[in-house]
Write a protein that binds this ligand. Structure first.
Ligand SMILES: *Cc1c(COP(=O)(O)O)cnc(C)c1O
Length: 488
């Protein structure tokens, strides 16, 4: 399987590249993203074959059908990373919370957010490729709290890779910050920034654009890669759990093989939703993908009106910070798939230059064949958390946004999968407040919720409060380069 560019090819680079090149160097020549030329087929034979498969068996077979240039031993070892999840026999449990509402819990990995699902195997593969090529890579990430811990965790002590993570000091939960600043590994650097997530992102962008930093990297023979969902190496692993969740519905006798279902995805950069879209396109019987946003509802507006407009918006901090986003990268891949490279280039350039773009009525209709969307305020989210806690299910504020989409958007009463993208323990003060306890700290909230609701806090979270702090650097944006050079 070869990979091509969403905004077409300008003739100065290869028109088609392999998976390994697409993931080592994810920035395409035209400012676009890499996408597969075609997708494997998820027909009833494939699904039937995997009705009783282990997650890893399904994943290996799917990746083989993708015909990527990664050998099967490397793939097998990458997938072994799922053995460290809570239940190695079923890393992604599906739990019923309503008659036809099932929660697919994507957070049972090391850092308790769904980012582990893709970053764990991806991290292994990237490091292997770097070793085979005898190359060294630097991965830099600005994080609002979930990507950072998951990126550090997957690459710690992996040969030929260095990771630097920039987080807004005071802008993450205590647990998220501790996950980063206590992380061990000589190849890791964590920098707190005086500022918010926007500042962290723009500082990172400025650093990566600065010529003398690039010259320094070159002198040290270090190449840049990326581990965000712009990298297709993450997306490919985010198709698999949608297939798995569907098969779980069949196993739990909620549907017969072939019956349509809804999937509800709490979305930010649209990587998770894109995985569902590719699964649907490949043949998984998904009636529609329902997108849940918070009050930064630019995605919901786009899917409802066809207008994507950043000009009259500023980013609002919410209790679901992983969805606080204005520029959602992966919609580009959906547009490429539906409208082709020329139109994608036109629309995205309009977004870059004017801060907005608008689909035609036909294009909007095509988008709405696969997607619908709505959004929740923090208050609505807290009410949902409280209501489902009453029924005995504790969820995090990102997952809570899915319930409004579930109640409001379904045109038919079909079985529905909602994706739980983080464990409540990462956002415990919000959950405690929703349940009536204004906690002073994460430690207080974790203790209160676990006693009040009878849920356990896993060791990797409770243990954080005793681990030594290894990264205590907090700087303003002018000192980032200096910190980075010291590290390199
Ligand atoms: C990253 C993240 C999201 C958003 O996922 P995208 O793939 O960027 O749309 C939602 N919830 C949580 C908890 C996350 O960490």
């Amino acid at each position: 399987m070869q990979f091509i560019e969403t905004r077409g090819n300008d003739g100065s680079r290869l028109a088609k590249i392999n998976f390994s090149d697409a993931i080592l160097n994810p920035s395409a020549s035209y400012g676009g993203l890499y996408v597969p030329e075609s997708l494997p087929v998820l027909d009833s034979d494939f699904l039937e074959k995997h009705l009783d498969s282990h997650y890893k068996t399904l994943a290996a077979d799917f990746l083989q059908a993708f015909e990527i240039d990664i050998d099967s031993l490397t793939i097998a070892k990458a997938l072994d990373r799922y053995d460290a999840f809570d239940d190695p026999s079923n890393p992604v449990p599906l739990k019923q919370i309503e008659k036809d509402c099932f929660v697919s819990e994507l957070y049972h990995g090391q850092t308790r957010a769904f980012k582990d699902m893709a970053l764990q195997p991806f991290g292994y593969i990237l490091s292997r490729l770097a070793q085979e090529r005898n190359e060294n890579y630097l991965i830099m990430a600005a994080t609002s709290g979930d990507t950072g811990p998951a990126t550090l965790e997957t690459f710690k002590n992996q040969p030929n890779i260095k990771v630097a993570c920039l987080y807004p000091d005071g802008g993450t939960s205590d647990v998220q910050r501790l996950q980063m600043v206590t992380e061990e590994g000589e190849n890791l650097k964590v920098i707190g920034l005086k500022g918010n997530f926007d500042d962290a992102q723009s500082s990172l962008k400025a650093l990566l654009a600065s010529q003398d930093f690039r010259d320094e990297l070159k002198r040290r023979d270090i190449k840049l890669s990326a581990a965000n969902s712009v990298n297709f190496g993450r997306i490919i692993f985010q198709i698999i759990y949608h297939i798995h969740s569907y098969l779980e519905l069949v196993r739990q006798k909620a549907v017969s093989l072939g019956d349509p279902v809804y999937m509800v995805v709490p979305s930010g950069n649209f990587g998770n939703a894109l995985g569902a879209y590719y699964a649907k396109k490949a043949g998984l019987p998904i009636k529609k993908i329902l997108i849940a946003s918070n009050i930064n509802n630019i995605l919901a507006d786009w899917i409802n009106t066809g207008v994507y407009d950043m000009t009259d918006r500023t980013l609002i901090q919410t209790e679901s910070p992983a969805m606080d986003i204005l520029k959602s990268s992966n919609i580009e891949r959906v547009m490429f798939d539906k409208f082709g490279p020329g139109r994608t280039k036109e629309l995205l350039e309009s977004l870059d230059k004017e801060g907005k773009f608008q689909l035609t009525p036909d294009e909007l209709e095509s988008l709405r064949e696969d997607f619908d969307a709505t959004f929740s305020s923090d208050e609505e989210g807290e009410a949902i958390i409280a209501a489902y806690a009453e029924k005995g299910y504790i969820m995090d504020p990102h997952t809570a946004t899915c319930l409004k989409a579930y109640h409001k958007l379904r045109e038919e009463k079909l079985p529905t999968v909602i994706y739980s993208t983080a464990e409540w323990t990462k956002f415990s003060t919000t959950v405690a407040r929703a349940l009536g306890h204004p906690a002073k700290s994460d430690l207080d909230a974790l203790k209160w919720v676990s006693e009040h609701a009878g849920v356990t806090v896993p060791d990797m979270i409770s243990g954080l409060f005793e681990k030594p702090i290894r990264h205590s650097v907090v700087v303003d944006k002018n000192s980032i380069k200096e910190e980075m050079l010291k590290f390199l």
